[in-house]
Ligand binder design. Structure first.
Ligand SMILES: [Ca+2]
Length: 364
């Protein structure tokens, strides 16, 4: 009996040790597409469950409502104090990747046909949830470099997972930081010391152009070639037909910012039934929107093994138009790309289960 009790207590200690919350920095473009909202909702639900600790929520775009939209969602989950940041001086600015002008947060909301295009949904969050955010204009948020360096310097060595679901601008900028009052280490040394893994939603297999790696491709190139830790990619191929979001869009009960975004931006069941092939080409299905960003969060917090297989190799940016290419190398490749293990329908249901969870705290 005593032996059994000791064994059980060893097992439970091992279980507790294995289940220590994953420390995550979340980096999102929060621009045009809205799987970012699903991904941030999943991350908060996993934090509510004690599976992760969210260290910071950072935008990879500037001159728009991205940071404010992040803060609205953080507030909904009772975490309005989370550190935020946005890049300065480079990268994607404004309402969409090719925009030349920043979004003026004080200008009236013009609607979907107005100049805000796909960014309308994020400006609308700010209009609909006043008082839930601190930075209407991402340019008023702290420099992402400062937030990254402060957060990383304060964490135990080898403990932080970065989950990026937008452009790679901030990773490049972080690597290029110099020693400062926050840390005597330069960016690359600080990352090597504190970060254990970078999970990136980026790149197109086996080659081609993908939104996140393409639009600031110089930063993508520098980040991929110089990053000192392993990188796991949830690339375009995986998420494109792994659907989620209809469950929250159709959930009964009061409105909330996550539900608003999905309900306002996925086609109805009837529309999908009428021409499912057309909608599939736009990465919509009966289950909702393609889950590019949510799958990256699953990998960051729960690991590859429960849901995915993985292939080893290297992603590199090639040429000067934003193309990427996968070089398989089962022995020495520093990167992994996730592939199918569970069916994508099952993974979509896992994501829906997280997105539809009521916040543990907050919720208004
Ligand atoms: Ca994204």
């Amino acid at each position: 009996m005593k032996k059994a009790a000791v064994l059980i207590s060893c097992v439970s200690v091992a279980f507790v040790a294995a289940a220590a919350p994953v420390k995550v920095i979340f980096d999102t473009d929060m621009l045009t597409d809205f799987d970012d909202v699903g991904a941030l909702a999943c991350l908060h639900a996993l934090a509510d469950a004690g599976e992760c600790e969210i260290l910071a929520t950072i935008s990879s775009t500037r001159g728009n409502a991205s940071v404010g939209a992040i803060e609205v969602i953080n507030h909904y989950y009772g975490r309005s104090g989370l550190p935020v940041g946005a890049p300065k001086g480079m990268g994607v600015m404004g309402a969409h990747p090719g925009a030349k002008a920043k979004v003026d947060p004080k200008a009236p909301l013009e609607g979907r046909s107005g100049g805000d295009g796909g960014h309308y949904k994020y400006r609308k969050l700010l209009a609909d949830y006043p008082g839930w955010y601190r930075h209407a204009d991402a340019d008023d948020a702290p420099d992402a470099n400062e937030t990254y360096r402060r957060v990383l310097a304060a964490q135990p060595d080898g403990s932080v997972t970065i989950c990026s679901v937008g452009f790679l601008t901030n990773m490049r900028r972080l690597l290029e930081t110099k020693p400062d009052a926050i840390s005597p280490l330069d960016g690359k040394a600080l990352v090597a010391k504190k970060v254990k893994l970078w999970v990136a939603m980026a790149c197109r297999y086996p080659y081609g152009q993908e939104y996140n790696s393409r639009w600031d491709y110089e930063s993508s190139r520098i980040a991929f070639e110089n990053w000192p830790t392993p990188i796991v990619f949830s690339d375009w191929q995986y998420g494109r037909d792994c659907f989620a979001g209809r469950a929250i869009a159709e959930q009964e009960g009061p409105r909330n910012p996550v539900k608003d975004v999905f309900a306002g931006n996925i086609p109805s069941r009837d529309e999908i039934r009428k021409d499912s092939h057309k909608w599939l080409r736009s990465a919509f299905g009966m289950g909702g929107r393609a889950s590019w960003d949510e799958t990256a969060v699953l990998v960051a917090v729960r690991g590859i093994e429960p849901y995915f297989n993985a292939e080893r190799g290297t992603y590199r940016m090639v040429g000067n138009k934003g193309d990427d290419k996968w070089y398989p190398d089962a022995e020495k490749g520093p990167h992994l790309r996730i592939t199918e293990k569970l069916s994508k329908a099952e993974v979509g249901r896992v994501i829906d289960g997280l997105i539809t969870r009521k916040p543990l705290h907050g919720g208004r």
